[in-house]
Write a protein that binds this ligand. Sequence first.
Ligand code: ADP
Ligand code: MG
Length: 771
Amino acid sequence: MPKLTDPLRPVVGDKAARRLATLGSGLRTVGDLLSYYPRRYETRGELTDLAGLRDGEHVTVQAMIASVSSRPMRNRRGSIFEAVVTDGHGQLTLTFFGKGRQDWRERQLAPGLRGLFSGQVSTFRGKRQLSHPEYELIGSGAADSARAVEFATELIPIYPASKDIASWQIADSVRLALAAAELDGDPLPAQIRDRYGLYGYARALNAIHRPADERDKSRAVRRLKWDEAFMLQVVLAQRRRISTEYIALPRPVADGGLLAEFDGDLPFELTAGQRQAGATISADLAQEHPMHRLLQGEVGSGKTVVALRAMLQVVDAAGQSALLAPTEVLAQQHHRSISQMLGPMAMAGQLGGAEQATRVALLTGSQGSAARRRALLEAASGEAGIVIGTHALLEEHVQFADLGLIVIDEQHRFGVEQREALRGKAAEGRPHVLVMTATPIPRTVAMTVFGDLEVTELTELPAGRAPIATHVVPAAAKPHYLDRTWERVKEEVAAGRQAYVVCPRIGGEPDGQAPAAPGTAAGAAAERGGQQGRAVGASDADDGGFGVADDGGLDFGDDLDETEQERRPALAVIDIAAGLKQGPLAGLRLAVLHGRLAPDEKDKVMLAFADGQVDVLVTTTVVEVGVDVPNATTMVIMDADRFGVSQLHQLRGRVGRGGHPGLCLLVTEAAPDGPARARLDAVAATQDGFALSRLDLEQRREGDVLGAAQAGRRSSLKLLTLLKDEELIGQARQEAEELVGADPALAGQPALAAAIAALLDAERAEFLEKA
Ligand code: ADP
Ligand code: MG
């Protein structure tokens, strides 16, 4: 009996094996085919709604033949045979070209018969058609074929088919494979199947491909979803377990240390959430095993203070902390604000330094060599208790005297490899790790994408935060709204506040280097290969020096729409700044900020803005995450439709940070009834980052989200959807935790261990193929 890992050829024959190898990422083994699930099911006798068909789609529809006609071709020998099929309302024309007369087809496709018709949808002279479709009649003529069995059931599986192989041909092969394959082992432990009333493996596979009825199918799907969720969670639980077996130096709270002093001087009350998260982290740090924690927080919820308190606890315990920021602007800001918050506590060995003090060092990729040498020295000697930096911290020659804690701010820019690189820098054992997300994401997603981390959430905002009002400004339809936008900016400035104007692109490229129009292949490639691959057309907009592609991102720019191919290049900082200066914002103090400025230049601009010497900062998304200037109350986002939903939410989180209400204006030329506009309206309608990240996730394939997940690449999640199967994923996680706790090596679960090994192998192969 062939096993799941055996090749398909002996089971389905040469020809079918060749065709199946062209499907998906290539169906080659019995297991590949059996886990190629139907996309949907046709109910026998129920005709497919033809109105929903879209041009270019490869479809399989169930329909009834309404009429047929045949005519000779005009310019050539041969004939055109047309059959019009119907679902009772709409119609679809099947067109067949033949060298000669096609009488045999006319006899076969008699009006009144029903069948499955499969092909690519196109429109010809205003009529929907399938050109040369494959078909399989249901009923009389089909009764003598082997498929009669298939069609005798109520539900007919419809597989994702291609021009090389039709859905029912796939079904034929599946039938052969199901009959032949050895399906004794069950990867899901018996006690879990019992507890949740789940089908056995063989039964589930049979039922998903050939369900007796709707209920049978649902139970099969549920069971197979469990497989996906459970295996993923077992892998993650094993990883968490391995990492907790590492040794770390405990860094318990010290009495009368810097942390106590800092808490005493804090100008505000910590929120309940900050206190709670702080206590959890503090307890983690006191353990002999490294902490691996994800702190998720709404934009502006005050994650930095939580992290700083953890860093101080480690410094009090004679260790060092490293704070890794995704951009230079953010690293500089952290350095400034943390030094400022600590005051004399950060001035060890300096005039005015407190008796008990440390130092805060800054290390970025492109700082001057003297500053860099000093920072490296302070890190290596241990003089700096806190070292803040960009990816430059990851470089090999950066050394610490005693690295106890790594804080990674705004995680999605950093992958697992980066975390590993930093971990290697601890002198003894492993450092504790605290990861903070830029955008809050649903818990189940976090538990999967960041599955090797424990998850803590910070949902509430500090008291007294004024709300951010967000409005869409339809610049094309209502140009006077745009005038009004600049008026608002001027009013805010007159009231002593400041504003951001954000554009998707820097602009000012030397001749011949103008960015490819977004939406073109080159633009998309630039985007993917871009430093952080963010907003459409904004690949040049980000901070320099990041070698990390944003493959961990939850926040890529929008997926490109084919219909948007002809769009003009995105608005650019340099052009907009010039236009505003001479036009609507003449007389105000404007400055520009973007990734092409030298680092000290960037720092100077940010500093001037933070200090109130600049009224309006015209900028790229370098201010997207983390930037904190409480006096800035207004943000105008140009070409807002070119940014992702979560990204817009992040961006607008820059305003409304002080006590003054924030205002965010989303300027767009997007059509008022299109999907781009709908996304902007959604951003305007809610301030709930979790809700928006949900929307973001719903709109992109989850595989993209999982792209950087440590486990669970696209190939392994076929039925499970992170957003809809939250309960199941939670249960699977708990079960996995228990099982791995009791039997870490899965010695008692050979079928599960084998299935997981196969899964990881497949992922590795897929990963290598992509690399
Ligand atoms: P985020 O979670 O988005 O990183 P930040 O850490 O930048 O947010 O905090 C945003 C602002 O809120 C900062 O100016 C910070 O000083 C302030 N802040 C943090 N916690 C509190 C609090 N408990 N009460 C008042 N303000 C706070
Ligand atoms: Mg932050």
